[in-house]
Each structure stands twice: as structure tokens, then as C-alpha cells.
Design a protein around this ligand. Structure first.
Ligand code: NAD
Ligand code: TYD
Length: 379
């Protein structure tokens, strides 16, 4: 293993980090996690366009504690070259941690254009801006966050490793695959100091309720149908978001340039198991008979599981994802700390507790909240 000074980002602990997509689910968890790390004394600049998935309510307490000192928000599009370059220069950015993306497979099926624009052109634009501004520097870092979906679909056995050939099946995974290739090309062609990670399905607080886990929790609480695509036997490898954030930090700290690290939960579950698990946790936290909304909307319902509905399958639905993450474990010493039962219980409890966040997201009020509270206060 060659970990010389050129390949490891030795300034990670004091760096100025540009976190793209920092108002989204994983990005906001990463900002919270990195700013509360004992070993990090740098600054975080959250660069986000605030699409439907961007929500600054995810970072209210971070803004209160660190805003204007170690945390800054810049609204901007990663496709806007001049703006990206200006922000990189103004904050003297040492590392880009690139989360910004269109991230939902179903949306990519109905409207792939934004996925090509943001995930491919946006990543290309960031790479160009970093290349121009950093001009051959080696003491900087571009970390690209990607997905295991670039590898396609597994049968009943086997795992994705870092050397698995790419075989994306949805417009989302195809656009992420293209962006991964561009990042690697900038390493080989221009020597840009990059690292990449391909992660399995995340879950946890602040997850936007279009994805399976938060959608199921919120629909169940409302007494709405819980849609399970196809036969419900598709398998995903679930990772608690804090464990993902820790893995990214370990890569920034110790990862070697040009390398890719797979990150996974080593926790395969069929979708139907996940949905039933959520129903059972809700039964303990908010029993159906005590849930006013269910009594009004679906009076015949005796248990949350009664809301499950098998619906038409997603076109091109990948059957199984499972990650082999031995490389990051052995090289960088990372490992998962949450087991699924604990993580799922905490996640469901978080959505039950955080009613203000849930209401704002459900009504779309979080976008108005941002305009009045956030921009009203800081500009
Ligand atoms: P998300 O949809 O919750 O958040 C995406 C963020 O990017 C939002 O804040 C949005 O406003 C911002 N954004 C979108 N387009 C932008 C643009 N053009 N310019 C600037 N900002 C823009 O996504 P997420 O689930 O947090 O995923 C983050 C990253 O992690 C993505 O790159 C995704 O591919 C990857 N990933 C996600 C998962 C998962 O399970 N969620 C798993 C593996 C990898
Ligand atoms: P999702 O959370 O959209 O993540 P991804 O497609 O990136 O894996 O979906 C997770 C799994 O759950 C996937 O197999 C599709 C399935 N699914 C449902 O069965 N019902 C739903 O309502 C959603 C959103 C997803």
C-alpha cells in the first residue's frame, strides 16, 4: 500500500470543505457529523441549489451553532461554472465533498433530463472548476460520492466489489456511472487528486419521504397505502447514514488518491421485510387504536401491516444489491456501528418525534421556510 504524502490528504483536519448538496439527506448528515468531530477544526461551505430535495431546516442547529464562523451556506447550481469557481476561490477551498445530485430512481424514470444535467454536466463542471483553480496542486482533494447502483443488479448470490464491471440499468444509475467515469478520467488525465466511494442504500434522520423507508413511515402514520413494488422480494443492503458519513471522513483522512472504496451495510433485507419491520415498530410507538388520523381516514385498519399494498413493479427494477466492503475495512479501519434493528427503530422514532419537520416537508412549506427564515435572517 503506497500512502506517501502525495496520495493522502494530510490537511483534512483543518481543511476548508466545499460540500455540494449539503442541504440534502446525506449531505446534511455529513455536515453535522464533520462539524461535531473532535479532530476537525476547518470550515464547511454548503453549496446547494435547493431543489425540491434541498432543505435548510435539516441544518437549523448547525447554522445557529457554527453559522458565519465555521459553517456557510451558498445557494448555487453545480452546473454554473463561474459561480462554482468564484466560491472555490473566495473560501479557499481545499477539498470538495461532492454529494449534489438528482437521487431518486423513480423520478429518473419519469424525467431523466435533470439527472443528465446535474449528475453528469454538474460533476463535469465541478471537476473543470477544481482543475482550473487548483492548477496542478496535490495538497487538495475531490471526493465524489456515488452509489452501488452503477454495478447493476445481482442474482441470489455474489457481491459488488470495487472491480465489478459497471452495468447501470436506470437513468439515475447511468448518470451516476457517467459521473464516476469522469472523476476517474480527471485523475488519470490531469492528475486531479480524487477519491470515490460507492455506497449502498442509506437510511436515517432527514431522509426525504420519496424513498422507501421515510415514505412508509409517513404514509403509515397518515393511514395511507404502503406501496410495495412487484413481489416485495427485491433486496437492498441498508446502511445507517451516520456510518456512511464516518466512512467518507475516513476516506478524506486516509484514502489514497485515484482509489475507489465501496461502502455497505452488510445488511441485506427484502423490501417487504423492511416495510413490515417499520409497521411493527410503529405499532409500539403509536398504536393504531391511538392514531386519530387512521381512525378518520381508514377506520377498518386493525394494524399498520393492513396498509401494505403490492403495486405495479418499477420498470427495470434491480433485483438485489449487496456490497463487499472489505477494502475500506482493512485499508482504512472503518466499520459499521449500527445494526439494522437499532437504526430502523431510531429512524422511525425520529420521524414520529420531529413533527414540525415532517409537516413542513409534507406540505412543501420547507421551501417557504427557507425564504423567510433563512434568507430573511442572513441577507
Ligand atoms: P438528496 O436528493 O437528499 O439531496 C441532493 C441534494 O443535492 C439536495 O440538497 C439538492 O438541493 C442538491 N442538488 C441537486 N441538484 C443540484 C445542483 N444542480 N446544484 C447544486 N445542488 C443540487 O440526495 P441524497 O440521498 O442525500 O444523496 C446524496 C448523494 O449520495 C448523491 O450523489 C447520491 O447519488 C449518493 N448516494 C445516495 C444514496 C442513498 O441511499 N440516498 C446511496 C448511495 C449514494
Ligand atoms: P428507494 O428508496 O427508491 O431506493 P433505490 O431505488 O435507490 O434502491 O427504493 C428502495 C427499494 O424499495 C427499491 O427496491 C424500490 C422499492 N420501493 C417500493 O417497493 N415502494 C416504494 O414506494 C418505493 C419508493 C420504493
Amino acid at each position: 500500500m503506497n500512502q506517501g504524502p502525495d496520495t493522502v490528504f494530510s490537511r483534512a483536519t483543518t481543511a476548508n470543505l466545499l460540500v455540494t448538496g449539503g442541504a440534502g439527506f446525506i449531505g446534511s448528515n455529513f455536515i453535522r457529523s464533520v462539524l461535531s468531530r473532535v479532530g476537525f477544526s476547518g470550515r464547511v461551505i454548503n453549496y446547494d441549489k435547493l431543489t425540491y430535495a434541498g432543505n435548510l431546516m435539516n441544518l437549523t442547529e448547525i447554522e445557529n451553532e457554527f453559522g458565519g464562523r465555521r459553517y456557510f451556506f451558498e445557494r448555487g447550481d453545480i452546473c454554473d461554472f463561474e459561480n462554482v469557481k468564484e466560491v472555490l476561490a473566495r473560501f479557499q477551498i481545499d477539498a470538495v465533498v461532492h454529494f449534489a445530485a438528482e437521487s431518486h430512481v423513480d423520478r429518473s424514470i419519469f424525467g431523466p433530463k435533470n439527472f443528465v444535467e446535474t449528475n453528469i454536466n454538474g460533476t463535469f463542471t465541478l471537476l473543470e472548476a477544481a482543475r482550473e483553480l487548483w492548477a496542478g496542486r496535490k495538497d487538495v482533494r475531490f471526493h465524489h460520492i456515488s452509489t452501488d447502483e452503477v454495478f447493476g443488479s445481482l442474482g441470489d448470490t455474489g457481491f459488488f466489489s470495487e472491480t465489478t464491471p459497471y452495468d447501470p440499468r436506470s437513468p439515475y444509475s447511468a448518470s451516476k456511472a457517467a459521473s464516476d467515469h469522469l472523476v476517474r478520467a480527471y485523475f488519470h488525465t490531469y492528475g486531479l487528486p480524487v477519491t470515490l466511494s460507492n455506497c449502498s442504500n442509506n437510511y436515517g434522520p432527514y431522509h426525504f419521504p420519496e424513498k422507501l423507508i421515510p415514505l412508509t413511515v409517513l404514509n403509515a402514520l397518515e393511514g395511507k397505502q404502503l406501496p410495495v413494488y412487484g413481489d416485495g422480494n427485491n433486496v437492498r443492503d441498508w446502511l445507517y447514514v451516520e456510518d456512511h458519513c464516518d466512512a467518507i471522513w475516513q476516506i478524506l483522512l486516509k484514502g489514497r488518491t485515484g482509489e475507489t472504496y465501496n461502502i455497505g451495510g452488510e445488511c441485506e433485507k427484502q423490501n417487504i421485510e423492511v416495510v413490515r419491520g417499520i409497521c411493527d415498530i410503529l405499532e409500539e410507538l403509536v398504536p393504531v387504536d391511538s392514531n386519530e388520523k387512521i381512525r378518520k381516514r381508514s377506520p377498518g385498519i386493525k394494524a399498520y401491516r393492513d396498509l401494505i399494498a403490492f403495486v405495479t413493479d418499477r420498470p427495470g427494477h434491480d433485483r438485489r444489491y449487496a456490497i463487499n466492503c472489505d477494502k475500506i475495512k482493512t485499508e482504512l479501519g472503518w466499520k459499521q456501528t449500527y445494526d439494522f434493528e437499532q437504526g430502523l427503530r431510531e429512524t422511525v422514532a425520529w420521524f414520529v418525534r420531529n413533527t414540525q419537520w415532517v409537516e413542513a416537508v409534507r406540505n412543501g412549506d420547507y421551501q417557504k421556510w427557507i425564504e423567510t427564515n433563512y434568507f430573511g435572517r442572513t441577507r
